[in-house]
Design a protein around this ligand. Sequence first.
Ligand code: F6R
Length: 615
Amino acid sequence: MCGIVGYIGNREAYPIVAKGLQRLEYRGYDSAGIAIYGNGELKYSKTKGKVADMRRKLEAEIDPSGTIALGHTRWATHGVPNDINSHPHFSNSGNLVIIHNGIIENYDALKKELTSRGYSFSSDTDTEVLVNLIEDVIVKEGVKLGKAVQMTLNQVVGAYAIAVFDRRKPNEIVVARLGSPLAIGIGKDEYFIASDASPFIEYTNNVIYLEDGEVAVVRKEKGIKVRKIEDDTMVDPYVQELQLNLEQIEKGGFDHFMLKEIFEQPAAIRDTYRGRLLADEGIVSMAGVDDNLERFLNAKRIIVVACGTSWHAGLVSEYLIEELTRIPVEVEYASEFRYRNPIINRDDVVIAISQSGETADTMAAIKLAKERGAFVFGVCNVVGSSIARETHAGAYTHAGPEIGVASTKAFTTQITILALIALKLAKAKGTISKSDFQMHLQELETIPQKIEVALESNDAIREVAFRYKDARNCIYLGRGCNFPVALEGALKLKEISYIHAEGYPAAEMKHGPIALIDEEMPVVVIATRKGHYEKVVSNIQEIKSRKGKIIAIINEGDTSVRELADHVIEVPETMESLSPLVNTIPLQLLSYHIAVMLNKNVDQPRNLAKSVTVE
Ligand code: F6R
C-alpha cells in the first residue's frame, strides 16, 4: 500500500508531486510528506494526516522550489501514523532521501546490525533502516547510488517499490521494485515516478512499468538504465503508451468518486462486454479464453481466488459457472488458500480476480497455483498490473479507474466477465441449449439499461438512508446468487459508514442470527422475483414477526413483499443468474448515503487502502 511520487526534470517539482500524491491517496492516507532539492538545499515537510494537511504545513514552513522531489502518502505498517514515521526518510548523514511502499521483513535484524555499528534511528519504520543500509553500502564499498541500492536490495527480504536520491547528486533518482508497483513516466528531459500512472497522466502517455526484481537509474540528461537486481543484467525496458485520460480520474461533477463510480456502472459494463458479447451472432469472444479453451474444457475443477469484494464476485460466479457449465467451482479467500497447502491439480483452472491487480495475497495464491502446475487466468481491472502480468492469460474488466476505496463498478464488471466466461464455456461444452444461450446473451446486453433504471431510485434510497443512518447494526439477506450480494451490501455499509453489518443466506437466520432481531434491527432483504422468491417471503415473515425492520429490494409491481416490508426499493426484473448485477446497485447507494449523512470520508474510509500490497 502507500503511494509514492517522484519528479526529476526542469519544471518545479513540488506542484507535480503534491498533486500526484493527492491522486494516489486511495493507496493510503494516514500521513504524507515531500522532500525537495532546490537552490542547493534539501527541504522537506511531513506530517500525520492527509496530503492536504501536509501541503498546508509544507507551504507555511519551506520554500518548495526545486526541480527534483520525492513524495509519499502512507498506510502504516511499521510504526503508528505520526510525523516522524511519515516518509520521506533520510540516512544518518542527511544525504540520502527515500520513499518506500512495502515491507522489509528482516528489518529488525538489519537494524540491530546497523545500530551496533553506530547508526541511529528516529522512527519506528523499516524504511529508515533501508536508507541507512544503502548509505552503509556506499561508505563501505565506495560504489555509486544505483549500485548501492542494488547491493542493499540483495540483502533484504520483503516487498518494495522505492525511490531514492542523494542530495550531493541531484540529477538522478534510483528506483526499484519487488512486489509493489512502480511506473516511470517519460517526458522530454523529465521523468515522473509513481505507484501508478495517474499522477503524471497530463504530462506524458509514455510509461515504463518496472518489473519485479528490477532497479532503474533515472537521470535527467542521460535517460533510464534498468538492471536486474539479482544478477546485474541489463534490461531493455518496454515503453507502453497509455490510454488513460485526465477526465477518467476526476470526479466529473459528483460529490465523491464512489458516487461517480456507482453511476458509471452502465457504461462500465458496456465497456466490459464491448467486442466480447456479440448477441446477434450468438458469440462470446474472449481471446484469453479462446486461446486456452482446451484447458478450460478439460478442467476437473475451477478454483477462484480473490479477496474482499472481488471474492464476492467470485462467489457469484460459483453459482453461474456451476449452473451453466456443470464444472465444480471452489471459491477461496486468497489469504487462506496461500497458507493452507491446498490441493491443486495440473488440470485445475484457477481464476484470480482483482480490481487493482496488486493484492499481495491474491498474487501469492497465483504463484502457489502456478508452482503446482495449474493454469491461472486473471480477471483484473488495472491494465499492466502485477497480477495481469503474472497470470497465464486473462481478461480485463475495462471498468476504467476505480478511485473510491469502496469497490463498486469493479464488482459488477467482474461479474460481467465471469458471466461471459460461464456462457462461453457452457456453449463449448454443450451444457446450455442454443435458445437458453441466446436468451442469456440478450439479457446480459440489457443489464446496463436496467441498472440505469435502478439508479433512478437514488432519491428514494436517500430517504431510506436517512431513516436508518443511526442504526448500530444491520443485517443483509439474500439467497442463491444473491447471497454474495448480501455479503457485498454488508461490506459496503461496514467499510464506509462503520456500522456493523452482516450478510447471511436468508434461510440461515433461523439457525442463530434471528436471535439478533428486535425493533431496532434493520434487515435489508433481496427479494426479487426469480430464484427463491417464495422462500424469501417466508424469511421476511419470520423477521417481521420478531419486529425487525424490513428494507426489501423488490421487482417492479411486486405487491406481496411491498405489504410486508417497512420500505421497498424497486429494481427492474432480470433472469436470476444476472440479478446480482442489478440488485447490488441499491445496496451501494444505501451505504453511500448513510456514510455521507454520518459525515464519514466516503472515498477514503479509515484504516483502509485501495491497493492491499501487504499480507
Ligand atoms: C471493498 C474492497 C476490498 C477489495 C479487496 C481486493 O470495497 O475494495 O475488499 O475488493 O481489497 O482488492 P482487489 O480487487 O484490488 O484485489
